[in-house]
Design a protein around this ligand. Structure first.
Ligand code: PLP
Length: 393
């Protein structure tokens, strides 16, 4: 055996023992409320499939039509021969949907974030990032040469201190998730915009969990917080509520988007979004206000119902219920693991999150509600939670 092999085996053993080991479950069915794993039928309560579109028959058919027309792939980046009519149409639609001048597509929101900070910020600039921001924001910021400030989660006093400290910076950008995925809580975007205006900073929001979910019309955290026109840059994904396959975008003022088209590396040097993904994403946005209002309504009703029922069993929940991410707190690390296993045995698929993914003593089972669930699915999950209550310490 090569020495690097035993070295890696040692490192892997550490990962397995660390609580961050990720076991992949192999799903043999379509994605949806009901899935099959190892020949066992389960109710899925851990997807980001908020509107139930990912495995839907309607999008599958839409995708077939799109492939028929536009083909499978482009075999090119955007600026060589990878831009089809459908890409431009989707960019226009994204801009209109989220009320920005323009938008630019990426293969993922991870790429949108990876290609953002380094392109727009340089040495002498400053970036302010919530400590609970998504890995893709963290990595995107790592690539840029601006001075980095990391503020305690949603702590506006600290953010203001840091903005003052960086008063000499050429350009300042505050970066935040719209929805923080571990607690399902939302950014204090109104306060962030106030501070940004006071200190002359840009506001960047990654609303991957909020787009299509939050706000009276599903436009996300910007709509929910009433800050339209005050956010400079929005990044988000088509991989959650807005379809569930993949693809991301950045929406912003015209000159920011144009600048990204010229300089953003994941955009310039990675293949364009597959036409089928662009076409189906366009379909979702174009019909969002008609086809999916019922789904958004049942998502809200399901979330309220589930929270109310499970709290009545004596469980502690995190978040305020504005988002379908519903963390059921176990606090104890072992309890989170044992309870998620017990639920799995009962046909309910949820994931437990323990340290270091969440702070010590803040272990939880994260339940994610979907419009694909029926009331009966919710009741079955609730019954399972009720039955395993005594597993808690
Ligand atoms: C899921 C998520 C991403 C990644 O989106 P992809 O399109 O799958 O790359 C980025 N940011 C946040 C906040 C997310 O929740």
């Amino acid at each position: 055996m090569h020495s690097y092999q035993s070295q890696l085996q040692g490192e892997l053993a550490e990962i397995m023992a660390s609580g961050t080991y990720k076991e992949e479950k192999i799903i043999s069915s379509r994605q949806g409320a009901e899935i099959e794993i190892d020949g066992k039928k389960l109710l899925n309560f851990c997807g980001n499939n908020y509107l139930g579109l990912a495995g839907s028959e309607s999008l599958a058919q839409e995708a077939c039509r799109a492939i028929d027309q536009a083909g499978y792939g482009m075999a090119s980046v955007r600026f060589i021969c990878g831009t089809q009519t459908i890409h431009k149409k989707l960019e226009e639609r994204v801009a209109r949907f989220f009320s920005f001048d323009d938008a630019i597509l990426y293969s993922s929101c991870f790429d949108a974030n990876a290609g953002l900070f380094e392109t727009l910020l340089q040495a002498g600039d400053a970036v302010f990032s919530d400590e609970l921001n998504h890995a893709s924001i963290i990595d995107g910021i790592r690539l840029c040469k601006a001075e980095r400030f990391r503020y305690p989660h949603s702590n506006m006093d600290e953010l203001e201190q840091q903005l003052r400290q960086a008063s000499g910076a050429r350009r300042k950008m505050i970066a935040t998730d719209g929805v923080f995925s571990m607690d399902g809580d939302t950014a204090r975007l109104r306060a962030i915009c106030d501070l940004a205006e006071k200190y002359g900073a840009w506001v960047m929001v990654d609303d991957s969990h909020g787009s299509g979910v939050l706000g009276a019309n599903g436009r996300g955290i910007i709509e929910a917080c009433g800050v339209a026109g005050r956010v400079d840059i929005l990044t988000s994904t088509f991989g959650k509520a807005l379809g569930g396959a993949c693809g991301g975008f950045t929406a912003a003022r015209a000159e920011i988007v144009e600048y990204l088209r010229q300089r953003s590396r994941p955009y310039l040097f990675s293949n364009s979004l597959p036409p089928v993904v662009a076409a189906v994403s366009l379909h979702v946005l174009a019909h969002f206000d008609t086809l999916y209002t019922a789904a958004r309504k049942s998502l809200q009703e399901h979330t309220a119902y589930f929270r109310e029922r499970i709290a009545s069993f004596g469980y502690t929940l995190s978040g305020d219920g504005s988002h379908p991410i519903t963390p059921v707190m176990t606090f104890d690390e072992k309890a989170a693991v044992e309870m998620s296993q017990a639920l799995y045995e009962k046909g309910i698929y949820v994931r437990g999150f323990t340290y270091p993914v969440v702070p010590k003593g803040r272990a939880r089972i994260r339940v994610q509600i979907s419009a694909a669930h029926t009331r009966e699915h919710l009741d079955r999950a609730l019954e399972a939670f009720y039955e395993i209550k005594n597993l808690r310490p």
